[in-house]
Design a protein around this ligand. Structure first.
Ligand code: WQD
Length: 339
């Protein structure tokens, strides 16, 4: 298959590029490097041992994107490109709606004009909103999002559902990620948050490396065994494989399907801290802080639909995620910044 990866220089996009290439497929990256580094391209070349076809293009730029479609005969598109910071989106709704929706609509227009009718979308469990009905199943209602970022994911799912309904030849897979963490075993690519990390794992790795002083654990009074929040952490390499399996599924099926990509197992913040310390032989100083607004006690997937229809299942353990995340942090104390 020949696959376009919009936002392919990002955390999940770059790992998906490696998985596609090593499976013998042709992957092409489009990225405007707003939220990613050009250094990723050379890292990908090192890992795969071949030149990386990429274009420094904004997906909102219809003409520039069309030029890319003229150069390649794509079987499918995996749409990663978009702003993705939950907290930032609350203060910048106009930018989030403009960028995430405009890029998607522009992409769909160019796909239609170029006769490309398969798309895998990078969605999120955040579209399930504030529910305590676990595990989450694709048949459950979505919406009730708690931030503009989540609403853009919800709206883009609806846009793609409607496009599939209007165009019977289209094939759409909406992949709802749970909590992606970890890094490629080489330690050459990984999660590189801009500024202070919002998410748990990059915060832990930066505390363990001494870059940050201590971890704030947001609440230990949740109705969970140890009182801290429970999430479904999934290794980014397992997540990447899910995209390959979704592309293969779309080669044989039309219409729109939603899939949870999670392990189905929930771990608490303290589970994560203790596991990280044990497998990496480091300490992660922390203190208990107040709950973070918008957080729910537990969130984990029922991943059985992806297993049944895609033949996909996560294999890597929490230990693997902690070891691989620490290797990336240790080898890249400043992420992709080379200075
Ligand atoms: C995990 C747990 C926190 C940081 C978010 C987005 C979601 C998706 C994944 C994009 C929670 C606790 C965290 C910290 C802490 N992103 N925590 N101290 O909130 O489950 O999901 O990232 O699709 O859309 O909402 O992930 O890593 O922020 O939090 O105690 O410094 O760790 O309370 O229980 P979350 P997270």
């Amino acid at each position: 298959m020949t696959i376009l990866l919009t936002g392919g220089a990002g955390f999940i996009g770059s790992h998906t590029y490696v998985a596609l290439t090593q499976a013998g497929h042709e992957a092409v990256i489009v990225d405007n490097f707003y939220n990613s580094s050009q250094e990723v391209i050379s890292r990908l070349q090192t890992i795969t041992g071949k030149a990386v076809p990429y274009y420094d293009v904004d997906v909102c730029d219809h003409h520039a994107l069309d030029q890319v479609f003229q150069k390649h005969s794509f079987d499918a598109v995996i749409h990663f490109a978009g702003y993705k910071a939950v907290g930032e989106s609350v203060g910048m709704p106009i930018e989030y709606y403009r960028n995430n929706l405009d890029s998607t609509l522009t992409l769909c227009e160019v796909m239609r004009e170029r006769g490309v009718n398969r798309i895998v979308f990078s969605s999120s469990a955040t579209v399930y909103g504030m529910t305590d009905d676990m595990p989450l199943k694709e048949t459950m209602s979505s919406g009730g999002c708690t931030n503009p970022y989540g609403w853009t994911k919800y709206m883009i799912e609806q846009i793609l559902r409607d496009v599939a309904d209007a165009n019977p030849s289209w094939a759409v897979a909406l992949l709802r990620y749970f909590n992606p963490i970890g890094a490629h075993e080489s330690g050459l690519i990984g999660e590189d948050p801009v500024g202070l990390p919002n998410n748990l794992m990059p915060f832990i790795t930066q505390v363990a490396s001494g870059k940050l002083k201590e971890l704030n654990i947001f609440g230990n009074d949740y109705p969970t065994p140890d009182g801290t929040g429970i999430r479904d952490y999934i290794h980014v390499v397992d997540l990447a494989q899910g995209h390959l399996d979704a592309c293969a599924y779309l080669m044989a099926h039309t219409g729109c399907e939603v899939f949870n990509l999670g392990t189905g197992v929930g771990y608490s913040v303290l589970d994560m801290v203790h596991t990280f310390e044990r497998v990496n032989n480091v300490t992660v100083p922390f203190h208990i802080a107040p709950r973070r607004p918008g957080d729910i006690a537990r969130c984990f997937a029922d991943p059985s639909k992806a297993e049944k229809l895609l033949g996909w299942k996560a294999h890597k353990s929490l230990e693997d995620m902690c070891i691989d995340a620490w290797r990336w942090q240790s080898l890249n104390p400043n992420g992709y910044a080379t200075v």
